[in-house]
Design a protein around this ligand. Structure first.
Ligand code: SAM
Length: 226
């Protein structure tokens, strides 16, 4: 039976790749990669010579039918990886997976690195239930989304770029309860990894003193329900 493996890759520290991920990356016929240069760099590090093919948000609608045909004809299956973390989590993957299901292609999803899980667990905020929102819309719908988050009682997780982190913290201060705690994790698994916890206003003041660098996950504390 034809097969697509969803393979998470490290979000910084290369030691976070799993043994099973390495085994499957070696074994498959082709690796579909968000950026072949990034993936080839990773493969080189682990001495894996499997062929890579570009599969990203700018070509997925065009190439998916051809890729489906190739997977159906492949012997050892295909793998999909993104630049970092788990494919499909704020990254391409979803469209291909849905099409594979329609064509009876078996999907095997390997567990592994993703940025929101370590950010959530180290925040100390409730992680028995949470809302993962990924990136907020950049322009249209951003305000409306922030207003709906105000009503959300569960822990909330957001992804943000270094260019917009200050703006986001200021918006959280403005739209959500200003006393609600926020945990900002930066550069997870990397040398300069840090997690800062405070109100959105306190964190905004900290980050405005020094230009924010790296990649960020923002976790917002749950509201107590009595
Ligand atoms: N697929 C990835 C995952 O499983 O987490 C997410 C990809 S998304 C395009 C990139 C965003 O993930 C970044 O803007 C940041 O919010 C978050 N991220 C990825 N790596 C990170 C890291 N090492 N530290 C903190 N956040 C990270």
């Amino acid at each position: 039976m034809s097969c697509l493996y969803i393979i998470p890759t490290p979000i910084g520290n290369l030691k976070d790749i799993t043994l099973r991920a390495l085994e499957k990356l070696k074994e498959v016929d082709v690796i579909l990669a968000e950026d072949t240069r990034t993936t080839n760099h990773l493969l080189k590090h682990f001495e894996i010579t499997t062929k890579t093919k570009a599969y990203h948000q700018h070509n997925e609608h065009i190439v998916t039918p051809k890729v489906i045909q190739e997977i159906l004809e492949s012997e050892k299956g295909y793998a999909i990886v993104s630049d970092a973390g788990t494919p499909g989590i704020s990254d391409p993957g979803y469209l291909l997976i849905r099409e594979c299901q329609k064509h009876n292609i078996q999907i095997i999803s390997l567990p592994g690195p993703t940025a929101f899980v370590p950010a959530l667990t180290q925040s100390g905020f409730p992680c028995d239930r949470f809302l993962f929102e990924g990136f907020l819309p950049h322009k249209k719908g951003r305000k409306k989304k922030l207003e709906t988050l105000k009503e959300e009682k569960r822990t909330i997780i957001l992804y943000e770029s270094p260019h917009r982190i200050l703006k986001l913290l200021n918006e959280l201060n403005e739209h959500l309860d200003p006393n609600r705690l926020v945990s900002v994790s930066r550069e997870l698994t990397k040398v300069y990894e840090e997690t800062l916890i405070g109100t959105a206003n306190e964190l905004s003041q900290k980050f405005s003193k020094q230009k924010p660098k790296g990649e960020f996950v923002v976790v917002i504390d749950a509201l107590k329900t009595n």
